[in-house]
Design a binder for this molecule. Structure first.
Ligand code: NAD
Length: 473
């Protein structure tokens, strides 16, 4: 773990192993922390935050830029660590490691741009100000699918706003995160401003720790509900970035080549283990065949393999449980009458026997009551549904407990406008690849959670407003 700038063992002395999902090999052994370690990290963060918040904002910005630049110099060292612990391809790991440093730099730019308000009051002897202050110590709880970008989404706005952080990576993906935070510290981030605790027992301890004033969780919807319940007695601020089942609507006037490219990336990137991912595809009847043909062509190029190998285009699933879950969801659709038009099953042959590999899979005739439609599918399987028109597409797209991302492909601006207005989601892409941009606030609605990451909104959410009255006596 990292507490007060130093590598630290668990108070209990316990450890656990991190395993490579492509080979089953042990990658490393790390501390298995618990509540005592969270307490130590929270106290270290509280001490560091006082000094950090007192720095001139421009100095904080300078320190964060320097630390981010140092971390970005280490991308080639960090990317293989991420591939070995998570399974994703080296290309995906490089993109993700770069995004970590870029995100720190993006929020560093905001560190000295905190604005407040002057407010006139009813008399002539007083006036009001609304200022923004840091919250104090914040907690960050991260899943295994994008360990680095999802950590940066929380750490970057928090520290830029003058807070300190206790960060908990997923138990199965701690290694690249440790190295990223260590690189920030080597690059000049003061000790204790970001601390890392490891182990399954540390999540709940962060949520209930009295010195940690806000917690941001990215995880599944059931975990979000548990965190909300545990945070409630402490009246703790929370941000919940939870599961999704993003619909994508393709109308007959869409540019099918571009749509197929974006849908393929949107579904199969990171072996389909993404929160923002195209998980339900609704295609107008006249273009179903044309789009399927293009999607199948693209899926054929996605060779599963060990992420460390140059010709692998899709890594393994992260765990055996994850693979079993997606396979069960596909089987459920087949049992209800769906058909596989591409893929299905596991790849066979050398190198596939010890990892959790699956083939990219595309299905049609998937009924609306099947698990692939009603649940989140966290793997590379895409159900394709036929719709008559936009009305049907919007109704079926919205018939989901989730509301994270959504997208539409059409040349008709009126149809696009209706989708933007009516899709129940925190994000709608119109004729564009589902990428979450640093510049735009990102977060879900319905059972996908609440609160924002990215954008100036996330930065503001790591501050508290305070009203001030100045008397002129
Ligand atoms: P998970 O909910 O099992 O775990 C997420 C993190 O929460 C882990 O660090 C875990 O140890 C911790 N945790 C688990 N139970 C906890 C508790 N009771 N109290 C405190 N912490 C607890 O999720 P996962 O399987 O690691 O990740 C996959 C899920 O994350 C999917 O549902 C996916 O959609 C979601 N996700 C959402 C977003 C988003 O931005 N909305 C992004 C990526 C992933």
């Amino acid at each position: 773990m990292i507490i007060e700038g130093e590598r630290a063992a668990a108070a209990s002395g316990q450890t656990y192993q991190v395993v490579n999902p492509a080979t089953g090999e042990v990658v490393d052994e790390v501390p298995n922390g618990g509540p005592e370690d969270v307490d130590r990290a929270a106290r270290a963060a509280e001490k560091a935050q006082k000094g950090w918040a007192k720095l001139a904002p421009a100095e904080r910005a300078r320190i964060l830029h320097k630390a981010a630049a140092h971390m970005l110099d280490k991308v080639e060292e960090i990317a293989p660590i991420l591939t070995r612990e998570q399974g994703k391809t080296l290309l995906e790991s490089r993109i993700e490691a770069r995004r970590f440093g870029e995100n720190i730099a993006w929020f560093a730019d905001l560190a000295d741009k905190i604005h407040g308000e002057y407010v006139s009051l009813p008399d002539t002897t007083t006036y009001g100000l609304v200022i923004r202050r840091p919250i104090g110590v914040t907690g960050a709880i991260v899943p295994w699918n994008f360990p680095l970008t999802l950590a940066a989404n929380k750490v970057a706005p928090s520290v830029a706003a003058g807070n300190a952080v206790v960060l908990k990576p997923s138990s199965t993906t701690p290694l690249a995160t440790l190295r990223c935070i260590e690189a920030l510290i080597e690059g000049g981030l003061p000790e204790g401003v970001v601390n890392v605790v490891l182990g399954p027992g540390t999540g709940e301890a962060i949520v209930t720790h009295p010195r940690i004033r806000k917690v941001a969780l990215t995880g599944s919807t059931p975990t979000g509900k548990q965190v909300m319940a545990k945070a409630a007695p402490h009246l703790k601020k929370i941000v919940l970035e939870l599961g999704g089942s993003d619909p994508c609507i393709v109308l007959e006037d869409a540019n099918l080549d571009e749509a197929a490219k974006a849908i393929s990336v949107g579904r199969f990137f990171n072996c389909g283990q993404a929160c923002l991912a195209i998980k339900r595809l609704y295609v107008q009847e006249g273009v179903v065949d044309g789009l399927l043909e293009r999607l199948v062509e693209r899926a054929k190029k996605l060779k599963p393999g060990n992420g460390m190998e140059r010709d692998s285009r899709m890594g393994p699933m992260h765990t055996e449980t994850q693979r079993a879950e997606v396979e069960a969801q596909v089987q459920d659709a087949l049992d209800r009458g769906a058909r596989i038009v591409y893929g299905g099953g596991r790849p066979e042959g050398d190198g596939y026997d010890r990892g959790y590999f699956v083939n990219p899979t595309i299905l049609v005739d998937v009924p609306d009551d099947s698990r692939m439609v009603t649940e989140e599918v966290f793997g590379p399987a895409l159900p394709v549904m036929t719709i008559k028109d936009l009305d049907e597409g919007l109704a079926r797209a919205n018939d989901s407990p989730f509301g994270l991302g959504s997208s539409i492909w059409t040349a008709d601006m009126k149809a696009a406008r209706r989708a933007v207005d009516e899709l129940e989601a925190g994000y709608t892409w119109v004729n564009a690849l589902q990428i979450a941009h640093d510049e735009l606030p990102f977060g879900g609605t319905k059972e996908s959670g609440f609160g924002k990451e990215h954008g100036i909104e996330a930065f503001h959410q790591y501050t508290e407003q305070k009203s001030v009255v100045y008397g002129l006596v």
